[in-house]
Design a protein around this ligand. Structure first.
Ligand code: NAG
Ligand code: NAG
Ligand code: NAG
Ligand code: NAG
Ligand code: NAG
Ligand code: NAG
Ligand code: NAG
Ligand code: NAG
Ligand code: NAG
Ligand code: NAG
Ligand code: NAG
Ligand code: CU
Length: 602
């Protein structure tokens, strides 16, 4: 269904040319990129006792090692193990009622759980995950956030781009190799559906830049709404909340919390043993809210930014944008007792009824008590919504060519507009490069590629990157005069991108960018009324979505897609009959479905 939109007002524009930026070609070596690896920064890591080499194996004192010649010094963008091991999971999305903080509501749970089961494999394993849609009135899809999906774009789970949604009653199997290691999450990409429950965490075991004894696993943190997202989103879109989306009703920590008024629910509890070092995998699985997190009396030694291992640094408080992950080491070196873990929504980038969500970390033997106020710190209620980019130094050093001036055609403006449809209904829109993305669920981008059809519709917001192994540079610019001054967590599928710069103001090529081993990750904060400059190499044939990870914003259009090397998609991905079958089933279901796509579809 197409809406004919009349622009009531639109944005300031940059002068835009028509051509794609010229990019540098790099050499190809056995089909893999030869990156600009300088040296690995082993000297700054002092907590391990052994240097990684082919002899050393992973253990509490040798976390840098892995085995078979792979270690924390391996550049996983170009080399990875292939163990031949296939790790299988079955995920069933069902329609149920849960009371996660004591307040019952409808939840689209996975295998009856919220969050869904943690998927776990090792570096180089193949994951084979069968997803069954047991909902009756929604499609679904499953996206494996941050997984590079190297030469497996059709396993990315982005409905309307890399597949049709999975129709009610149907199943599909996603198969892909784990070329990276670390912590992430998976979620539905079917409009706002993950906000209603279709979300879980994923661990790929591998080496680490700092030692620890015990892996506590994943610790997802998210805002929580008592009204379903499928009810809120249409109201947000049609101006039902003129001051912006409604505040979250609570914050869930590892899937639980007490209600804000303290009457029901229970705190998340984690038990520690004095003297041990723990790895905790923090993940922000929010819909809208950004938080700072901290554990009273303890510091975090941060060892990853998203999947990318970093030179460890220590901090008291850590900011997490939606979709971002930080793995941290906590040393249980304090007096035996119980301590509060704080999650503090930041004023500039959150709106939640809970001003300071709490969880409890207790040393064993003290694990039934509530922390005393003596150790309780004052949490920072500030408005800091930026990434700690200067601290995020990748362990494997990779540089970006600095001899390139980013042309105006590579500026993508983040805009906001209020438009009216034919029925004179007011609609809110977010757009990227002047277009609010809307993907056709029944005819995803990969179908265009299979058909050799390059007549993409304008609302697919597709950017062609036909040259293989070229550096691609982009300036994401928030236009301050029109768009509400909000920071946006920008996520790119299919790549760890390089963050060359991020700051307030308008980028004009005079600001200093960091080309020497800049942060690499898959979600970075675009500062409010500011810019984010990123780069990546077109080494992964596919249609890759780039979008704001605030579910309300991408729902209203804040996204674009890069189409890399369509010829190789046709010839090398091996898109099979089952993929086409999923589309046939979807198109047959949607012909008579009671609900139609009512937002971007993402
Ligand atoms: C979930 O169940 C309720 C009650 O039967 C129904 O109204 C709703 O459409 C279902 N939702 C989905 C997505 O299947
Ligand atoms: C998904 O299901 C919910 C609950 O039945 C409904 O409100 C919504 O419109 C459905 N959306 C789509 C696009 O199927
Ligand atoms: C998170 O919750 C799960 C399920 O209740 C539990 O097994 C896990 O230990 C918890 N994680 C932490 C870090 O407390
Ligand atoms: C999650 O990300 C959102 C949006 O970027 C942010 O408002 C929130 O504070 C983050 N949550 C945490 C726990 O850091
Ligand atoms: C408390 O710690 C003891 C070990 O000291 C353990 O057996 C018990 O399961 C823990 N209880 C909780 C709620 O973590
Ligand atoms: C502990 O501090 C909290 C927050 O400042 C306060 O609400 C609570 O009343 C205090 N509890 C005690 C026992 O003093
Ligand atoms: C830019 O530098 C790269 C290597 O850093 C080199 O391969 C390339 O030729 C240079 N491009 C120009 C236009 O000078
Ligand atoms: C698409 O074009 C390629 C050559 O560019 C050709 O080999 C292939 O058969 C075409 N496929 C279709 C479906 O037309
Ligand atoms: C190409 O796609 C456009 C837009 O969906 C469609 O109108 C057209 O019929 C397609 N052309 C071919 C040859 O399939
Ligand atoms: C951005 O939008 C303009 C206007 O529609 C278009 O000409 C340009 O090609 C787009 N930029 C990119 C990189 O696709
Ligand atoms: C570029 O931006 C900087 C920082 O905002 C400003 O100081 C400078 O005057 C601008 N330069 C031009 C040529 O617009
Ligand atoms: Cu946004």
């Amino acid at each position: 269904m197409q809406l004919f939109l009349t622009l009531v007002f639109f944005l300031l524009s940059h002068a835009l040319g028509a051509f794609i930026p010229k990019a540098e070609l790099l050499q190809i070596d056995n089909h893999l990129m030869r990156r600009q690896v300088s040296t690995t920064s082993t000297s700054s890591v002092t907590t391990t006792t052994k240097k990684p080499d082919s002899q050393c194996t992973n253990g509490p004192l040798t976390r840098q090692c892995w085995g078979n010649g792979f270690s924390i010094a391996t550049n996983y963008d170009s080399t990875w193990p292939n163990t031949g091991k296939v790790v299988q999971y079955h995920l069933e999305v069902t329609n149920t009622t849960m009371a996660l903080d004591g307040v019952p509501r409808r939840v689209y749970a996975i295998n009856g759980q919220y969050p869904g089961p943690t998927i776990r494999a090792s570096w180089g394993d193949t994951l084979q995950i069968t997803v069954k849609n047991s909902l009756t009135t929604n499609g679904t899809s499953m996206h494996w956030h941050g997984l590079r999906q190297w030469h497996s774009n059709h396993m990315d789970g982005t409905n309307g781009i890399t597949e049709c949604p999975l129709a009610p009653g149907q199943s599909r199997t996603y198969t892909f190799l784990c070329t990276q290691f670390g912590t992430t999450w998976y979620h539905s990409h079917y409009s706002d559906q993950y906000s209603d429950g279709v979300v879980g965490t994923l661990i790929i075991d591998g080496p680490a830049t700092s030692n620890y004894d015990i892996d506590l696993g994943t610790f997802p943190i998210n805002d929580w709404y008592y009204r379903p997202a499928f009810e809120l989103a249409p109201l947000i879109k049609t101006g039902g909340f003129p001051r912006g989306p409604p505040p979250g009703d609570n914050i869930l920590i590892n899937g639980t919390n007490v209600k804000v008024d303290g009457t029901t629910g229970s705190y998340s509890r984690t038990t520690l043993t004095k003297g041990k070092k723990y790895r905790l995998r923090l993940i922000n699985t929010s819909t809208n809210d950004n938080f700072k997190v901290g554990l009273d009396s303890h510091t975090f030694t941060v060892i990853t930014a998203d999947f990318v291992p970093i030179v460890p640094y220590t901090t008291q408080w850590l900011f997490l944008g939606i979709g971002q992950r930080y793995d941290v080491i906590i040393s249980a070196n304090q007096p035996v007792g119980s301590y509060w873990f704080h999650v503090v929504p930041q004023a500039g980038c959150s709106s939640n009824q809970n001003p300071n969500a709490l969880a409890i970390f207790s040393y064993a033997s003290d694990n039934s008590t509530t922390p005393s106020n003596a150790t309780r710190s004052n949490a920072p209620a500030g408005a800091d919504c930026s990434d700690p980019n200067k601290n995020l130094v990748p362990y494997v050093k990779l540089d970006v060519p600095d001899n390139y001036t980013i042309p105006q055609q590579s500026y993508l403006d983040v805009g906001f507009a209020i438009v009216q449809n034919q029925a004179q209904q007011t609609l809110f829109q977010w757009n990227l490069n002047f277009t609010a993305i809307q993907v056709p669920w029944g005819k995803p981008t990969l179908q265009y590629v299979l058909d050799n059809n390059s007549s993409y519709t304008p609302n697919m917001n597709l950017i062609s990157l036909p040259n293989a192994n070229a550096w691609s540079y982009w300036v994401i610019q928030a236009v301050s005069t029109v768009a509400p001054p909000l920071p946006h967590p920008i996520h790119l599928h299919g790549h760890d991108f390089y963050v060359l710069g991020a700051d307030a103001g308008i980028f004009n090529n005079s600001q200093t960018l960091n080309y020497k081993n800049p942060p690499r990750r898959d979600v970075a904060m675009l500062p409010a009324s500011g810019y984010l400059v990123l780069a990546f190499i077109t080494d992964n044939p596919g249609a890759w979505l780039m979008h704001c990870h605030i579910a309300w914003h991408v729902g209203l259009g804040l996204g674009a897609q890069f189409l890399e090397e369509p010829d190789l998609i046709r010839t090398t991905l091996g898109i099979g009959q089952d993929w086409k079958q999923e589309c046939a089933q979807w198109n047959s279901y949607s012909a008579t479905a009671i609900y139609a796509e009512e937002d971007s579809g993402l």
